[in-house]
Design a protein. Structure first.
Length: 321
C-alpha cells in the first residue's frame, strides 16, 4: 500500500519503522518542524524525520495544515504534496497537529491513528502519563479510524497491556510503542482485504488525558504517599517530580509508598540513608530511592547523600523547575 505517515516523537518513529519494514511504500512523511533542544538549544529534527531521511522518505514539516489558519502558504504546499502522494491511507501517531477535514478525506481509506490507550479512556495528549498517575491496572493501544473529533473515531483494533507496579512513563511508553507498530501493520493488512470492522466507541467511560504541564512536577506533600509515588512514576522522564530543600531543587525519579503512621508535618524527612529518603506525606510515607540535583546526574539514594546533606527533620517544599 501507499502510506502517508504523520508523526513526530519516538513513539511514532517505531511505527514508521515497522511500516517500512513491512514493505509498504511511504511517499510522504509529515512531522513537526525542527525544535531547539539540548544545552546548546540547537535545532533538532524529530525522531520521525531522522528515520525518514535515513530511509530516503520525502519529508514535509508544515506548521499548520489549516488552509484558513496562520500559515496558509505552508498548508497549501502540504495539501499539494498529500494529493501528489496518491496514498491509499494515512497513518497518524502523536503528530501534534490537528488534521482538518480535507486531510481526513483525501486518502482512499482515510486516516488511521495509533493511540496509546484503551479508548474511550484517556483521549488526548498524554494517555501514558495519565494512566500511571491514575493508578490504572492496565492500558493498551487502539488503532482508530480518525474523524473530526478529539480521539472520537471508531475503533479498529485494540490490545491490552498490564501496568506493572514499577512502570514509569518511559518503560510503558516503550512497550506501547512496540505494540503500536505491530498493530498498525496488522491494520494495514486487514485494510487491504477490507477486513477491518469499525466499532463505535462507547459513550460511557470517557476520560481526557490533558497535556502535562511543568507546574505539575511539584509534589504536594499533603497528598497520600500512594498518590505521590504514582506521580513520580508518571512524570519520569518528563517533567520529573520535584521537591525543594533550602533553595535547592531536587528531582525525584524513583519512589515507593511505605504504609506506616507518623505525626510529622507533610514534607518532613523522617530518615535518609542508603535505603532511601523517607518523607512524611498526608498519609503514609514516600521512600525516594533515586534523586538528582539541578545540573547533576540521577543517583541512587546512597550516592546522592554522599554529596547532598539531607537529614531527618528537614522539610521539603513544593517547587517547579
Amino acid at each position: 500500500m501507499r502510506v502517508i505517515f504523520a508523526g513526530t516523537p519516538e513513539f511514532a518513529a517505531v511505527a514508521l519503522a515497522r511500516i517500512h519494514a513491512a514493505g509498504h511504500a511511504v511517499p510522504l512523511v509529515l512531522t513537526q518542524p525542527d525544535r531547539p533542544a539540548g544545552r546548546g538549544m540547537k535545532l533538532q529534527a524529530s525522531s520521525v524525520k531522522q528515520l525518514a531521511l535515513a530511509h530516503g522518505m520525502p519529508v514535509a514539516q508544515p506548521r499548520s495544515l489549516r488552509l484558513d489558519g496562520k500559515f496558509p502558504d505552508e498548508a497549501l504546499v502540504a495539501q499539494q504534496s498529500i494529493q501528489a502522494a496518491q496514498a491509499d491511507v494515512m497513518v497518524v501517531a502523536a503528530y501534534g497537529l490537528i488534521l482538518p477535514q480535507w486531510v481526513l478525506d483525501l486518502p482512499r481509506l482515510g486516516c488511521l491513528n495509533i493511540h496509546a490507550s484503551l479508548l474511550p479512556r484517556w483521549r488526548g495528549a498524554a494517555p501514558i502519563h495519565r494512566a500511571i498517575e491514575a493508578g490504572d491496572a492496565q492500558t493498551g493501544v487502539t488503532i482508530m479510524q480518525m474523524d473530526a473529533g478529539l480521539d472520537t473515531g471508531a475503533m479498529l483494533l485494540t490490545r491490552t497491556v498490564p501496568i506493572a507496579p514499577d512502570d514509569t512513563t518511559a518503560s510503558l511508553h516503550d512497550r506501547l510503542a512496540d505494540l503500536g507498530g505491530e498493530l498498525i501493520v496488522q491494520a494495514l493488512v486487514h485494510a487491504q482485504t477490507g477486513a477491518l470492522q469499525p466499532v463505535p466507541q462507547p459513550e460511557v467511560g470517557v476520560t481526557y488525558a490533558h497535556k502535562i504541564d511543568k507546574a505539575e512536577a511539584a509534589l504536594d506533600w499533603t497528598q497520600a504517599a500512594e498518590v505521590l509515588a504514582r506521580r513520580v512514576r508518571a512524570f519520569n522522564p518528563f517533567p520529573g517530580a520535584t521537591g525543594g530543600v533550602g533553595g535547592d531543587v531536587v528531582k525525584l525519579w524513583q519512589a515507593h509508598q511505605q504504609t506506616r503512621a507518623h505525626s510529622a508535618k507533610p514534607g518532613t524527612v523522617l530518615s535518609a540513608d542508603e535505603h532511601g529518603v523517607c518523607i512524611a506525606c498526608g498519609q503514609d510515607v514516600l521512600c525516594v530511592t533515586q534523586l538528582q540535583r539541578a545540573g547533576g546526574k540521577r543517583l541512587s539514594a546512597a550516592d546522592f547523600l554522599h554529596g547532598f546533606a539531607l537529614k531527618p527533620g528537614q522539610c521539603l517544599d513544593a517547587v517547579v523547575t
